[in-house]
Design a protein around this ligand. Structure first.
Ligand code: CA
Ligand code: CA
Length: 87
């Protein structure tokens, strides 16, 4: 799964293998920047949170899905994510 800081899959800010249950925090320039994402897995759905360590507002990374421009309410807020267990 990959996260990008701009729309249309530009400026990759993180990528992780699918199936990762550990919640990873985004730090530095990657924090509060996600605007597009992709999940190439048919097995694992992920989750992103607006705050560190899996707290706050949630956004799912659905199976075999992508979003080239998340809604304004979800833009520039993601601070942590995992690549398994959905939300
Ligand atoms: Ca952004
Ligand atoms: Ca945040």
């Amino acid at each position: 799964m990959c996260l990008w800081g701009n729309n249309d899959y530009l400026w990759m800010i993180d990528s992780r293998d699918t199936g990762g249950s550990t919640i990873a925090n985004l730090s530095g320039d990657a924090n509060d920047e996600m605007d597009s994402w992709a999940n190439k897995s048919n097995t694992y759905a992920g989750c992103m949170w607006s705050d560190a360590n899996g707290s706050g507002d949630r956004q799912a990374l659905g199976l075999n899905s992508s979003d080239n421009n998340v809604s304004p309410a979800n833009s520039d807020e993601v601070s942590s994510w995992r690549t398994a267990h959905a939300c």
